[in-house]
Design a protein around this ligand. Structure first.
Ligand code: GLA
Length: 776
């Protein structure tokens, strides 16, 4: 709900308020962003920072209107440099006459039906849109500040559009989407850092005077720093205290800055990275910045997380995928890499079907001369020595087995050794007459060029039209270097506009195809991609234990339904670690679970567990993919606890994960958030089984004769029988689980084995199913 009296603007959602006003000087002053508040007769005074005393060396903005107001010492709604604000500002412009000095004053507003941006993704189904106009009268340049209000998700989405109405060309040197000025309250900054196969590591640091930034310069949003970040009160916990979360609906180079000044004002800003950015705007032209997403919760990290999750599920991903159950995929990448043929992949698909797979995805290596990563990218003709019946033949055979068919593409790249490159060397991103640097033996196609966009749209479109393909994995496997010399300051952003045109066209032409984004895993995991592709391959690291950290990071900003997670074989290809099959499964269940292995190569024990666990997953898939997600314990080095809860609060799944076991571990408590206090629930552990080989020499404690734990007899028995795990089942009220929690059976410490002992082992885990007992 947007309330205004022409100069005060109060944006309210169900739980938060965002307030600013136009001052008598024409500046926009930010008053409040936090838990919902009411104003008396649009009076912002009780909330705002008072500018009644001028501080020392300050520059007075406009002495004729207010001889005490300096831009440097008040929270501003949208700041600009060279008029007294010496902090980092969201924009920097230049023209021939006024140089860097621009002066933007309030010039009216409009409340309207939400409208879409022309070239950038726009979140859908906003309740209302506010546009506030600022104008530099002399240079004739306008700023439009856009605010989309999402009442139920408690989100404000903001951006700025720059309009040049002057005669002179305007150079845009920096155009972030917003700045937000908050009064510091002992805030900490939480960012997500990483790299290939180790995405989304949480970093928490105090905010002290000075400026701290994270950014990407790789041409994509990058695994180095995700555009998502949080500002939290130092004392805020998982479920209590003030937390602000921020994200950006953009997939290219981005910058996030937090600056704490001497007057205890914190400036937060984010948007397109000004690195190598210099955009020319002629008379009459507009420049759109991407929408940024802002939220607040007084209910700690979990509260802010839920706002971001609801927003992404309901307003970012294409509407047809909202709450649409995602299939269990079997992908052949880790099972075969590029060494496959039709017979081999069909046999992988057929076996996986038995274990619940619903869709077979053929990964890299199906086209051109693609037998390794040196050749073929850019080409679309099928490699018939691997696939003699072509894609349509393979698709038919997969469908005959009762499964759907999906295909991997990497349309933005080209190998120099490809038909595409030989025919169009000028389509690759290169710098004039220099030899370009390669990444994974490939170059990037220049998506800022219309003919390149059309080539991709036509070729991917033809493949999708000529065979029955229900799923596309859209990969992008290198960072961008060697950008062109011509219009270099516009290149990175024009590439993004081109990409959005390509994926926007293809996803609307094939609305029933489920697109999964990928960039060597999570190198482009952001809300821009999610605006077209409802899920993204989260990491090339499929090790079950590693995925705990990676997914824990993603969950801060992104819902489970967007995080593609596969069960792979052990030892993992990335670390050679053997994580128990139950844990590989249980971690992937809190995302879009798939398989990436050859079932033929699993042990009999692992296959048996897969059969049992896929059944649990499918029975609880809706709540696992779309339920509210809570972290129950801040993931430290040795314990993670995750919970999902259905919207009616009657159905919940909790996952407990351990790392290295310790002797005499503490009591483990199964607690929850959000169950109905007065409702009875039944709690059941998902039954586990143990392989007798796990007990080593202890097996002799129960054998009538001494046996070699690695000898033929134990091997023989272990293939034919398993030992049952603990039995644990409770009926209790929601308030007991929410408040104190159920104390679980003790863990194994050289103890005897019975149904009251939980044997977790290193990297072990348990799932608990919690269902409302409808008769009570
Ligand atoms: C990237 C992806 C992998 C796989 C390979 C294929 O690394 O992240 O999942 O598709 O490319 O080359």
């Amino acid at each position: 709900m947007i309330k205004t009296n022409e100069s005060v603007f109060a944006l309210n959602t169900e739980k938060i308020s965002y307030v600013f006003h136009a001052d008598k000087t024409g500046l926009l002053i930010h008053d409040y962003f936090g838990k919902k508040v009411d104003l008396v007769d649009f009076d912002t005074k009780p909330l705002s920072v008072k500018a009644s005393v001028l501080k020392g060396t300050s520059v007075i903005y406009d002495t004729s209107k207010d001889d005490q107001l300096s831009m440097d010492s008040v929270p501003l709604e949208f700041s600009f440099p060279h008029k007294g604000d010496f902090r980092s500002t969201p924009i920097l412009l230049r023209n021939e006459k006024y140089g860097y000095v621009f002066d933007f004053k309030f010039d009216g507003h409009e409340v309207r039906e939400p409208q879409k941006l022309e070239g950038l993704p726009t979140p859908h189904n906003a309740n209302e849109e506010l546009v506030v106009y600022l104008k530099d009268e002399k240079a004739n340049v306008k700023l439009e500040l856009h605010y989309l209000v999402f009442e139920q998700a408690n989100i404000i989405a903001r951006n700025v559009v720059i309009v040049n109405e002057g005669e002179l060309d305007l150079e845009i040197l920096k155009a972030l989407s917003y700045n937000l000025d908050l009064v510091n309250r002992n805030f900490e900054l939480v960012t997500l850092a990483g790299g290939w196969a180790s995405e989304m590591n949480k970093q928490i640091q105090p905010i002290v005077e000075g400026k701290y930034s994270i950014e990407s310069r790789t041409g994509n949003s990058s695994a180095k720093f995700n555009p998502f970040f949080m500002i939290k009160e130092k004392t805020a916990t998982l479920d209590n205290g003030d937390v602000y979360s921020f994200n950006l609906i953009y997939s290219g180079n981005h910058l996030e800055e937090v600056e704490l000044g001497h007057y205890d004002l914190l400036r937060v800003e984010a948007g397109i990275n000004p690195f190598c950015f210099d955009y020319k705007l002629k008379k009459g032209e507009r420049f759109e910045t991407p929408f940024a997403v802002l939220t607040y919760s007084d209910q700690g990290i979990n509260g802010a997380r839920l706002n971001m999750h609801h927003f992404t599920n309901n307003h970012v991903i294409p509407s047809q995928w909202n709450n649409t159950i995602r299939p269990v995929v079997i992908n052949n990448w880790e099972a075969t890499y590029m060494k496959f043929n039709e017979r081999k992949v069909l046999s992988i698909a057929k076996k996986a079907k038995k274990y619940g797979a619903e869709l077979f995805v053929l990964d890299d290596g199906w086209f051109g001369a693609r037998n390794d990563d040196h050749a073929g990218l850019g080409d679309y003709d099928v490699n018939t020595s691997k696939l003699p019946h072509g894609l349509s033949g393979l698709s038919k055979r997969v469908h005959k087995k009762g499964m759907k068919f999906g295909l991997w593409f990497e349309p933005e790249s080209v190998n120099p050794d490809s038909e595409c490159f030989r025919a169009h060397p000028d389509w690759a991103v290169t710098n004039v007459d220099r030899e370009p640097s390669l990444g994974r033996n490939q170059l990037i196609l220049d998506l800022s060029k219309k003919e390149v966009q059309d080539y991709i749209i036509e070729n991917v479109g033809n493949v999708l039209s000529n065979a029955k393909i229900e799923f596309v994995k859209w990969d992008m496997n290198r960072n961008i270097s060697d950008i062109p010399g011509l219009n270099c300051g516009e290149f990175y952003h024009r590439y993004m506009l081109g990409l959005y045109r390509v994926i926007g066209t293809l996803t609307s032409k094939f609305p029933d195809v489920l697109f999964e984004g990928c960039a060597s895993g999570g190198n482009r995991f952001d809300l821009g991609i999610l605006s077209y592709f409802p899920q993204i391959w989260a990491s090339d690291d499929t090790d079950g234990h590693e995925r705990l950290t990676i997914q824990s990071g993603y969950f801060l900003g992104y819902p489970q339904s967007t995080i593609s997670a596969h069960v792979s074989s052990a030892p993992s290809h990335q670390l050679l670690r053997t994580t128990p099959i139950d844990t590989r499964f249980n971690v992937a269940m809190f995302g879009v679970l798939g398989y990436e292995l050859n079932f033929k190569e699993l042990t009999k024990f692992e296959r048996k567990r897969c059969l049992a666990l896929i059944d649990v997953y499918k029975k609880n898939r809706e709540v696992l993919q779309f339920g509210d997600f809570y972290e129950l314990d801040s993931y430290t080095d040795n314990f993670a606890k995750w919970q999902v809860l259905s919207s009616d609060k009657k159905d919940s799944v909790v996952g407990h994960f351990v790392t290295l076991q310790k002797t005499n571990p503490k009591e483990t408590i199964l607690n929850t958030y959000g169950l109905i206090d007065e409702q009875q629930y039944k709690v059941d552990v998902v039954p586990v089984e143990h392989n007798i080989k796990d007990f080593g020499g202890l097996i002799n404690m129960i054998m009538p004769i001494h046996v070699n734990p690695n000898g033929w007899l134990v091997n023989f028995i272990s293939k034919r029988m398993t030992l049952p795990g603990e039995k644990e089942s409770y009926v209790t009220y929601g308030n007991a689980l929410n408040n104190k929690g159920v104390i679980l059976n003790p863990e194994w410490t050289a103890s005897g084995m019975n149904e009251g002992v939980r044997i977790l082992k290193d990297f072990g885990s348990r799932l608990y199913l919690i269902k409302a007992n409808e008769t009570h």
